[in-house]
Design a protein around this ligand. Structure first.
Ligand SMILES: C[S@@+](CC[C@H](N)C(=O)[O-])C[C@H]1O[C@@H](n2cnc3c(N)ncnc32)[C@H](O)[C@@H]1O
Length: 297
């Protein structure tokens, strides 16, 4: 498999222009086989990079930090919320690999690699786990090599694709995943980036249709009804002004609708820190996201 160097991440405060775009990372499959260099607009904040900034990463630019800080200033609990989301992701993967017997993961809206990526958690439990990562942001593609450190027994693949293009996702992912066997579809902190006009419900239903009985769907989603404080509302307004992607907050009922027809795993759709927490302190941590996991009968 041919590889090209992944760029050194920009340091905080490093002036970066769009001319300094990195060369592509590993091109794992035909889906990511374009020889084009990914280009991205560093003058406008993008969620993958803002999220990286909130997590303390270095793969972000001045516009991302400005948007991230503006939101944090209005609602400082965002920092705890993103950490809670990563912890939720790790607990979900652990549950799926260790308790539900899942060996195949389709992780859509992967984000910039950080600690405890899906394949690391899954392969630490079951080394033969296979993970397909999907994101549509070129900066995630540029750093994809960090996601391709599979155990020899398993596999990891990164595909540059859009959540809304399910046919392409399923066709390309089938190079690495066997869709006749259970697959966990991971939609962690991505669905609130898909507005209603783009039909997120229809898209999730199509994904669920494509996976066999015994498969799982995992979701975390920014809520409209956990904390409607003025600070949180202000933070979202600021992000709406400053960030390329617009967020659509949804209620418990609206998020629950993504799981229609599936069997919820205990404890159901809850605030993410309350989903099978490691301890009581974790369960109490601040977070305004709903999260849940369900099994296809
Ligand atoms: C908030 S980050 C979440 C990252 C990771 N899932 C997590 O929870 O830690 C959302 C990610 O979804 C990606 N994303 C947003 N819209 C997308 C779309 N339509 N198709 C694919 N990826 C998308 C963004 O580029 C970003 O990397």
């Amino acid at each position: 498999m041919a590889t090209t160097a992944v760029p050194s991440p920009p340091g905080k405060g490093t002036p970066v222009t769009t001319d300094e775009t990195p060369t592509t990372a590993q091109q794992p499959t035909s889906a990511g086989s374009s020889q084009d260099r990914p280009t991205f607009d560093t003058s406008v904040a993008h969620i993958a990079r803002v999220y990286d900034y909130w997590l303390g990463g270095r793969d972000n630019y001045a516009a991302d930090r400005k948007a991230g800080d503006a939101a944090l200033e209005a609602y400082p609990y965002i920092a705890a919320g993103v950490r809670a989301n990563r912890a939720f992701l790790a607990r979900v993967v652990r549950y799926l690999a260790a308790e539900a017997g899942i060996r195949q993961f389709l992780d859509i809206g992967t984000g910039i690699p950080t600690a405890n990526n899906t394949h690391e958690v899954a392969q630490a439990i079951e080394p033969d786990s296979r993970v397909v990562y999907i994101d549509n942001d070129p900066i995630v593609l540029a750093h994809a090599r960090a996601l391709l450190t599979s155990s020899p027994e398993g596999a990891t693949v990164y595909l540059d694709a859009d959540f809304r293009d399910v046919d392409k996702i399923l066709a390309d992912a089938s190079q690495a995943l066997d869709f006749s066997q259970p697959v966990a579809v991971m939609l962690i902190a991505i669905l609130h980036l898909i507005d209603d006009e783009a039909d997120p419900y229809g898209t999730v239903a199509k994904l669920v249709d494509a996976i066999p009985s015994g498969s799982y769907l995992a979701i975390s989603h920014l809520s409209s009804d956990i904390d409607a404080s003025a600070g949180r509302t202000e933070a979202h307004d600021r992000l709406r002004q400053l960030m390329h992607e617009k967020q659509t907050l949804r209620s418990h009922e609206e998020v629950a609708s993504f799981f229609t027809g599936l069997e919820m795993v205990e404890p159901g759709l809850v605030r993410i820190p309350e989903w099978r927490p490691d301890d009581e302190a974790q369960a109490k941590s601040r977070s305004a996201l709903w999260g849940g996991v369900a099994r296809k009968r």
